[in-house]
Design a protein around this ligand. Structure first.
Ligand code: GDP
Ligand code: MG
Length: 598
């Protein structure tokens, strides 16, 4: 097919503004969905995504649209994950397109993720088509939203389309605008092959599937493909497109998007963002922008039942088949036994992985506090990356320590601005800007340490603002910090899983808070328990859980063990899950509660 009749686009939006519903509506108008499939939104494939309304794996659909000029156009819709944790995948999807539909809920207006995604789309030179969705709602306020789009994004509000994805109104106009306003792909069909590896995933029937965008040249059957970053050669076994159902085709021409299957063994062998070229006639230069995605948040996972360790290992391996963006390795803890240390792209990524393990693999897990990656310069001059607070060198070995910072964007109704400002200051935030984008809504841009958002920042923000604030962030370099390792000891023994890196000025306050919290949570034993918080051998705080008298024990802790086990199984919440440490029992709740103090 001719390149002039191709348009590649993605849809960007804040969560819940209607990206998936619009994608469905576009498919329906183009006849891509058969009646029987219409019940389900096609693009969100995983349960968690559907429940939370987030899209994790990028998907793609080829649509056929007859435009007003009478020609049949091939429109390739690349779905993008909406959340910044998956910004690497967002970037890859955007790099495969020439333009984006910018969906804004006409009753809510521009939100933090709208802006974060717009910045990314602009980086990729995208032409943006603003689409005001949910026009069927009585609270839709298109004039106000157009002003926001104009002021915040610099796009003319007059160009905005008004639709109801749910009711299916205004959808033809969106398709026609894609044809009219977005450029066609500009590659050279006769040049040597250059294709961008947009995504890869494991399919139980087909094996590893590679989603590619052909930038120059053509991909044909049996072609020997050279993956430039992976430095590996594969033979193309099958070529296809998603309509949205996988449909084999003969080739992928210049400018087209589709999948190939090439006997790749695991997704680990594919580097998303890699350039595919032809072994016989290789491109000399790879496409720009390839960089490996590196985990920024680490935490450890332990099975609640020690006997589940092998299952946890198998489950992680299976999950890794579809998500090569997290890393994992064995970890051991004196309190929690054998587990794994996970590296993740961000906090939502952590939640997604945890939920998938618990749900899809039916595992009960104990998760330690997420820790960011610190860069430490030792006295001897060498630099190390610290992934686990338990591995922190002693203070006299450390020359200096850097921590990662973020640039946070928040949109907050004026009612809550005071409370959010207080929260940001508590979290070591530094103001870049604060402006009212409407008389009742403030846009705040703050720089702050990632460490400060790593545990309960989202939850605190949500409860402070009754869910009316939106938040997004981007990594923003490393800065020197006065940081220390805060250890927690029970009867003199450090509990590695409770160790954390904290700003020096807050060590005392945090140490006290953790000790007090633990005191309230640890069940009493037959002997007293000393709880201590320490930095570098210096005890900052101490609490004692006094011993139980014998007869009371019989009531609380007696009874036969099998009954107790059954109880354990029933308590899915994990409140009663215990881990023996020496002879001190630590309920999982104690961990979660302590970890919340971050
Ligand atoms: P996404 O998170 O951007 O993918 O948003 P979804 O497509 O999942 O939509 C979020 C919610 O908004 C869902 O409950 C949709 O039914 C609803 N929604 C989407 N489009 C419209 C619309 O045009 N009108 C109304 N009233 N609701 C809509
Ligand atoms: Mg969605």
């Amino acid at each position: 097919s001719n390149q002039n009749f191709i348009r590649n686009f993605s849809i960007i939006a804040h969560i819940d503004h209607g990206k998936s519903t619009l994608a469905d509506a576009l498919m329906r108008v183009c006849g891509a969905l058969e009646q029987r499939h219409e019940k389900e939104q096609f693009l969100d494939t995983m349960d968690i995504e559907r429940e939370r309304g987030i899209t994790i794996k990028a998907q793609t659909v080829r649509l056929s649209f007859r435009a007003k000029d009478g020609n049949l156009y091939q429109l390739n819709l690349m779905d993008t994950p909406g959340h910044v944790d998956f910004s690497y995948e967002v970037s890859r999807s955007l790099a495969a397109c020439e333009g984006s539909l910018l969906v804004v809920d006409a009753s809510q207006g521009v939100e933090a993720q709208t802006l974060a995604n717009v910045y990314k789309a602009i980086e990729h030179n995208h032409t943006l088509i603003p689409v005001l969705n949910k026009m069927d709602l009585p609270s839709a306020d298109p004039e106000n939203i157009k002003t926001q789009i104009q002021n915040l994004i610099g796009l003319s509000g007059d160009d905005a389309l008004e639709v109801s994805a749910k009711k299916g109104t205004g959808i033809e106009a969106v398709l026609q605008s894609i044809v009219d306003r977005l450029p066609s792909p500009q590659g050279d069909a006769t040049a040597c092959l250059k294709a961008l590896l947009v995504d890869s995933w494991y399919d139980a029937y087909l094996g590893v599937i590679l989603l590619v965008r052909v930038v120059d040249g053509i991909i044909t059957q049996k072609m020997k493909i050279f993956m430039m970053a992976a430095n590996a050669v594969y033979t193309v076994e099958q070529i296809g497109i998603f309509t949205p159902y996988p449909t084999p085709v003969n080739h992928l021409a210049c400018g087209e998007v589709g999948y190939i299957i090439a006997n790749v063994k695991t997704v680990r062998d594919c580097h998303i963002g890699d350039t595919l070229t032809e072994e016989q006639r290789p491109a000399t230069e790879a496409l720009p922008g390839f960089k490996p995605c590196t985990p920024v948040v680490f935490c450890s996972l332990f099975p609640t039942e020690a006997g589940d360790f092998d299952r946890l290992r198998e489950s992680l391996a299976k999950l890794h088949l579809n998500d090569a963006s997290f890393s994992y390795e064995m970890d051991t803890s004196n309190a929690l036994g054998f587990g794994f240390r996970l590296g993740l792209l961000g906090l939502l990524h952590l939640e997604v992985v945890q939920e998938r393990l618990e749900r899809e693999f039916d595992l009960d897990l104990i998760i330690t506090a997420p820790s960011v990656v610190y860069k430490i310069q030792l006295q001897n001059g060498t630099w190390i990356d610290l992934h686990n607070p338990a591995d922190m060198p002693t203070p006299n070995e450390i020359h200096s320590m850097l921590e990662p910072w973020i640039k946070a964007t928040l949109l907050v109704p004026d009612l809550y601005v005071g409370a959010v400002l207080t929260l940001l200051v508590e979290r070591r935030g530094i103001q870049d800007s604060l402006e009212y984008i409407t008389p009742t809504r403030a846009l705040m841009v703050y720089r702050m340490p990632l460490n400060e958002v790593a545990f309960d920042f989202y939850d605190t923000l949500k409860s402070l603002t009754r869910g009316h604030a939106s938040f997004d962030y981007d990594m923003d370099g490393y800065e020197e910090g006065e940081l220390v390792l805060l250890s927690i000891l029970l009867n003199g023994e450090p509990i590695h899983a409770l160790a954390s890196v904290v700003p020096q000025m807050r060590a005392y306050e945090k140490g006290r808070a953790i000790c007090e919290k633990l005191k309230g949570i640890l069940p009493r034993q037959l002997f007293p328990i000393a709880i201590q918080a320490a930095v570098g051998g210096k005890i900052l705080a101490r609490e004692t859980v006094s011993a139980l008298r014998k007869n009371v024990t019989a009531k609380c802790y007696g009874g036969d063990i099998t009954r107790k086990r059954k109880l354990l199984e029933k308590q899915k919440e994990g409140k009663k899950r215990m881990r023996k440490f020496g002879n001190i029992e630590i309920p999982q709740k104690a961990f979660i509660e302590v970890l919340k103090l971050g």
